[in-house]
Unconditional design. Structure first.
Lengths: 133, 136
């Protein structure tokens, strides 16, 4: 059998196509049937989540697709968990460029000032009603 | 400004969680002030197999900020290649959620992500051309 996603066979008049497989299209091992990768689901398999729980956060997944990923993880556990470890390590070290962080610091100051100004506006309005000068 | 945010297929529930927090205190008023939609693949008619390149282009054309998780291959992925090939000084950045599952498990972490997301969206036009930005 080829590694393509199409499996077709005839039995009587029944044709079965599009067997779900795990493939690598440059984004890491993923489902042949959609863009969800094995590593997208690994944290939730590690936490023992049910299919229903996983489908709640990734609604495009089917039970069949989750089962294919679970089987792949079981059959390739060491390799999958090592990849998970590398991903978490990489994630922990990722930072935005310094110039971006400067823009975001300024944004936060401005945003909080906006919120405070609105709060004072509301307080001033209430004081004005109850306390005529 | 932009029209809204698009949750990648691997992060729908996580973005829903963030939006729920944004709609509550202390962020509700500012979130309403930004007046952004939060949408998904299904809602905008993108296919479940859509490639990174097509998604990125769709977001640029429809003024949507893509939020995705970061759990792909440790080598540069197709989204990285797309950004490298197509990014201009006017392109909207892709927001990458580093620790997606933590958003669902830790309120403290989710709050920090919300704060970071609001800062980015508030100044999104100053951040055009930056390619890819990381949420805490």
């Amino acid at each position: 059998m080829s590694t393509t996603s199409l499996l077709a066979f005839c039995e009587g008049n029944v044709v079965v196509e599009n067997q779900i497989e795990i493939v690598d299209r440059g984004r890491g091992m993923q489902l042949s049937s959609c863009r969800i990768t094995v590593q997208d689901v690994v944290p939730y398999i590690q936490m023992g989540w049910s299919h229903e729980q996983i489908k709640e956060i990734m609604p495009i997944l089917t039970d069949e697709e989750i089962a294919v990923i679970e089987r792949y993880v079981k059959e390739n556990r060491e390799e999958v968990m090592e990849e998970d470890r590398r991903i978490r390590e990489r994630t922990a070290s990722q930072r935005n460029p310094l110039e971006v962080e400067k823009i975001l610091r300024e944004a936060r100051i401005e945003r909080l000032a906006w919120v405070e100004a609105r709060r004072q506006q509301r307080s001033g309005g209430k004081n004005g009603e109850g306390h005529p000068r | 400004m932009v029209k809204g945010i698009l949750a990648d297929a691997n992060i729908v529930g996580h973005v829903q969680r963030l939006v729920t927090l944004l709609q509550g205190e202390p962020w509700r008023e500012f979130w309403e002030h930004l007046n952004l939609v939060c949408t998904t693949f299904v809602e905008v008619g993108l296919d479940r197999k859509t490639s990174d390149a097509v998604i990125w282009q769709f977001c640029q054309e429809h003024d949507l900020v893509l939020i995705t998780s970061n759990r792909n291959k440790t080598k540069p992925d197709s989204l990285e290649a797309t950004i490298r090939d197509r990014n201009t000084s006017q392109s909207l950045p892709v927001l990458t959620l580093g620790d997606a599952d933590r958003v669902l498990q830790s309120r403290d972490y989710a709050d920090r992500v919300v704060e970071g997301l609001l800062d980015i969206l508030f100044r999104i036009d100053s951040l055009r051309g930056t390619g890819r930005l990381y949420l805490p």
